[in-house]
Design a protein around this ligand. Structure first.
Ligand SMILES: C[S@@+](CC[C@H](N)C(=O)[O-])C[C@H]1O[C@@H](n2cnc3c(N)ncnc32)[C@H](O)[C@@H]1O
Length: 278
């Protein structure tokens, strides 16, 4: 009997496939592949260099430091991958892309299919590569030496949401960001460590009380650490009341005093008074 294809395939185009090989083979990502739920293909961009020195980059037009990855090399690589199997999305990793968030991880996992991830190095890609991709993605406001670590982050975040990858499907629903809030604190044995005990409510076995305590903790943590998440967290009236009791201001719950988005047109300049006729 033939196995159904994996729900999600990542083809990572990189100059350093060996950086990602052990990462993809170990832990839950390795297990998900062994179970045929997810597939990670590591592809060496140099294979499509088109020259015997396997050179994929060149100096930037206009001068300046560093090297730029050539668009023709990327185009050949993408054509070759498409010839092997249909490609649904092509993601260019770049600090100038849209910041990747949990909502993206959820959407990508739900969409599934074959995703090609382009990892840059040096000064990044020739700007014309933008024409070849469906998305430009950053993992945060910092610059790394290459896209491989970003690809690893994204694959971890998406693959764990593919049904069946995590043993307990409920275990990601309370995770930070999934619920709109930061996760509540967790404890395990020992019950007391260096004088600090585990909250009693967690040891009492009363499920309602535990759920209530966890919700309050998630609200309190989010208020303290990431109040910017509150206006979009889907708060219930009880959540809002609890947050106000915890010291939140009404503005923090609604975000109504958040900075205005920039006006679509700059305000018109006042006209200079016409000069007196001479
Ligand atoms: C040194 S960076 C290039 C930085 C580029 N000159 C800039 O300032 O936007 C080399 C490669 O690392 C990857 N990279 C670095 N930081 C990243 C980030 N925050 N998110 C996603 N990819 C990143 C990209 O693939 C990029 O092409």
């Amino acid at each position: 009997m033939t196995q159904p294809p994996p729900a999600l395939t990542f083809s990572v185009l990189t100059l350093f496939p060996e950086l990602l090989r052990p990462f993809a083979a170990e832990a839950l990502l390795g297990k998900a592949q062994a179970r045929g739920l997810v597939q990670v293909q590591l592809r060496d961009l140099r294979q499509w260099s088109g020259n015997r020195h396997h050179k994929v980059d060149d100096t930037p037009y206009g001068g300046g430091a560093g090297m730029v990855i050539r668009v023709d090399v990327v185009a050949r690589a993408l054509d070759a991958l498409r010839a092997e199997q249909p490609v649904d999305e092509v993601v260019m990793l770049t600090p100038a892309g849209q910041t990747f968030r949990q909502a993206d991880a959820e959407a990508w996992a739900a969409q599934g299919g074959h995703w090609v991830i382009l990892c840059g190095r040096y000064e990044g890609f020739d700007a014309r590569v933008e024409r070849l991709v469906t998305r430009e993605v950053s993992i945060g406001d910092f610059v790394m030496m290459g896209g491989e670590a970003a690809a690893a982050c994204i694959m971890e975040a998406v693959a764990r949401l593919v049904p069946g990858v995590l043993g307990d499907q409920a275990s990601h629903e309370d995770d930070s960001f999934s619920s709109g809030l930061l996760d509540y604190p967790e404890y395990t044995r020992p019950p007391v460590w260096e004088g600090e005990g585990v909250p009693e409510v967690l040891q009492g076995g009363h499920h309602g009380a535990i759920a209530g305590w966890r919700r309050t903790q998630a609200l309190a943590r989010t208020l303290e650490r990431r109040p910017d998440l509150l206006p979009t967290a889907g708060l219930t009236p009880q959540d809002s009341a609890e947050l106000l009791r915890l010291g939140a201001t009404p503005e923090q719950l609604t975000g109504w005093n958040a900075p205005e988005p920039p006006a679509s047109k700059p305000p018109r300049r006042k006209r200079k008074a016409a000069a007196d006729p001479v």
